[in-house]
Design a protein around this ligand. Structure first.
Ligand code: C2E
Ligand code: MG
Ligand code: MG
Ligand code: MG
Length: 286
């Protein structure tokens, strides 16, 4: 019996080495080749930015844009960010890529507002790894300076995970950015731990309600959660953005609940820089 048990333990131990499975090897390989393709993407001009408008629900006016990275690879074709951002994170490339997105987006938005004749805001997604890079703070300051955008026009979208990071350096860096006048938004709120308690550890400016909740509000099943996020957020002095707004019904509901801003295909998907100004003008004011 003891022999059998030992054999079983070994057998199950062997099962733990499933990363030797040929299919998984392929995946690792794919990620490595994708990482090296990504390494050349910036210099090969394969990266671009899509700008998605963010609308003030009270005025109906476009207040600014979220910058969304796009990769059109010679080898892979168009790769969605949900695929290449994790690869960029794991390989460390995100520091370079994120720096490029930030500088480029600041410059682009500065030019949009010159054409429109009024200031615009810019939201940029930031990965956890960028916050651990020693150059990040200087890059943000540099991008603002070079573009002429004011710190109050820049918003950094972070994930809940960043706020739950125990390292004091992370919160310290967030504080320094906020002291400059930059705002901090929590992206995909509701998808993860969604503990409002971390808002007492670090004061953020905005919560972006994950689009999975917005999808269901008209069918009502998620309406109480959305209501609660808006009420609690406002009580804590945080402004609320709804992501993934696709219908007028959703918009009306959100406006009636006092949600501050909305973003989604109802207004526009992310558009290339050359279409950004036209998109703002087309959305107009209702
Ligand atoms: P996110 O920051 O939550 O961005 C919103 C995503 O939802 C975008 O997907 C956008 O195109 C999509 N979206 C917007 N409105 C609607 C809508 O009405 N309906 C639906 N179904 N979807 C909508 P995208 O561009 O594919 O980006 C996916 C994620 O990749 C982003 O989610 C963000 O987490 C990440 N990402 C994109 N660009 C960057 C970047 O420059 N740096 C970092 N670190 N992450 C980025
Ligand atoms: Mg975002
Ligand atoms: Mg989001
Ligand atoms: Mg996201």
């Amino acid at each position: 019996h003891a022999d059998t048990a030992m054999y079983q333990a070994k057998a199950s131990g062997r099962n733990n080495f499933q990363w030797f499975h040929p299919k998984m090897l392929d995946e690792t390989n794919d990620r490595m080749t994708m990482a090296s393709a990504l390494r050349h993407a910036i210099s090969a001009r394969e990266l671009s930015i899509a700008y998605q408008p963010q609308v003030d629900l009270r005025t109906g006016r476009v207040e600014g844009f979220e910058a969304l990275a796009r990769w059109r690879s010679r080898e892979y074709g168009s790769v969605p960010p949900d695929q290449f951002i994790p690869v960029a994170e794991d390989s460390g490339m995100i520091v370079q890529l994120g720096g490029w997105v930030l500088r480029r987006a600041c410059r682009d938005v500065a030019s949009f507002q010159r054409v429109l004749g009024r200031p615009l805001k810019l939201a940029v997604n930031v990965s956890p790894r960028q916050f651990r890079s020693s150059s990040w703070f200087a890059e943000v300051v540099g991008a603002l300076k070079d573009s002429g955008l004011q710190p109050s026009q820049l918003e950094l979208e972070i994930t809940e995970g960043i706020l739950m990071d125990d390292r004091w350096e992370v919160l310290d860096l967030l504080s320094s950015l906020r002291d400059l006048g930059i705002s901090i938004a929590v992206d995909d709120f509701g998808r993860g731990y969604s503990s409002l308690a971390y808002l007492t550890r670090f004061p953020v400016d905005k919560l972006k309600i994950d689009r999975s909740f917005i999808r269901e509000i008209v069918a009502e099943s998620h309406a109480p959660i959305v209501d609660a996020i808006i009420v609690m957020g406002h009580a804590l002095g945080v402004s609320i953005v709804a992501e993934g707004v696709e219908s007028r019904d959703q918009e009306h509901y959100l406006r009636s609940r006092g949600c501050d801003e909305a973003q989604g295909y109802l207004y526009s998907a992310g558009v290339p820089a050359e279409d950004a100004v036209r998109t703002v003008q087309a959305i107009g004011v209702f």
